[in-house]
Design a protein around this ligand. Sequence first.
Ligand code: BG6
Length: 461
Amino acid sequence: MKYQFPKEFWWGTACSAPQSEGAADREGKKQNILDYWYEIESNRFFEGVGPDDTSDFYDRYKEDIALMKKLSHNSYRLSVSWSRLIPNGIGEINPKAVEFYNNVINTMIAEGVTPFVNLYHFDMPMELQKQGGFENREFVEWFANYADTCFKLFGDRVKYWFTYNEPIVMPEGGYLYDFFYPNVVDSKRSFQVAYNIVISHLKAVEKFRAGGYPGKIGIILNLSPVYPRSQSVADLKAARMMDLFVNRSFLDPILKGEYPIELCQILADRGLTPVVCQGDAELMKRCKIDIVGLNYYQPRRAKLRENAVNSDAPFMPDHLYDHYEMPGRTMNPYRGWEIYPRGIYDMLIDIRDNYGNIECFISENGMGVENEERFKVDGVIQDDYRIEFIRTHLEFVHKAHSEGCNVVGYHLWTFFDCWSWMNAYKNRYGFVEIDRKNGKKRVIKKSGWWFKELIDKSGFY
Ligand code: BG6
């Protein structure tokens, strides 16, 4: 075997509650921001498909978990829907939701699929959003109490907990660049949101430690190694700036217990420093995690800005750099993301060398492709491009592992085709097709079988 992985390596996939469960307004669940956004602006969702029309995991979890077992997966990351478990965000617990998550967790364990449970995947309960959501400092307590409720209800069986998936998406998408609800465009508010999320994560970790729950707790971060256009001082500086905002802004407070001084200075110079509370700095130093999940899809490339910033424009991080499109780069044209497998290695080396080689795993990696039906032969999608994508990335994961990186697993995004926010069903990511024309029938793609063989052999040639 040319690429042999340890026997105990985690192999599986990830998805989230809002993208897979469906049953958006059934059995006690109340609206989250996605449900609400769709209600008021369905035009922003691809072909008008909304969060009520997903993979129906709520009703079909038994069939799906059986399929995971069939494909030899030993782990799966799901998320808890906060607005299903605690419909108002705070207060009463929905017994139907407890029953559902208990059933899912128990079924997974019975099938030998270890549950990795994430608490927040972009789905703020609407009742909390109405009270300011992340912008309200009380949010940190709301989140910590919700996390503690989950630990109490499911912590006897769940051994891998994650507070957030890709926390940067909320300040970036929801408060800066208008690709997520509540579509605010305001850097000061965005930085406050980012800060409050970090504090809420720390408070949840504190609850986990205080409760003495067994298992590990971490967070899932989407990282993109940043490459400069050239070695010129100006391009290097642009890359450093981009790196500070897209990677270090969450990595450093969470893994090192403090923000990069340079980042603090940039915000201070512009009067954008978030409001902090007494005790926050100590909390940051104190509440360390056990494991970090790393989502890797694409690298980022930076160059010196080519055009001056309009002096009337309020500050945005990308005033400090320009995106660089490297000639000859390989692209996933459907998603508009560069494919650069070496980036996964550089990311892992960064964690090894600059973050104490903390235990980590690839928590998402994957390739969304439009109109996959055209690749069907005898009813099965022949997704050789996905196999190639995974294989080339895994070669670099293997290299990093053999060079001492503490990487313990690989999860693909995602198990089955799912609803993807504004892109809805445009790009398909799954090992398993959801045939929407045939009652959402589950059909294993070629890559699903290929990955099963890889798991069975703990590696590939
Ligand atoms: C990650 C998210 O950013 O990428 C997922 O954690 C998301 O929720 C995935 O679906 C793929 O991105 P997209 O936008 O194509 O769905």
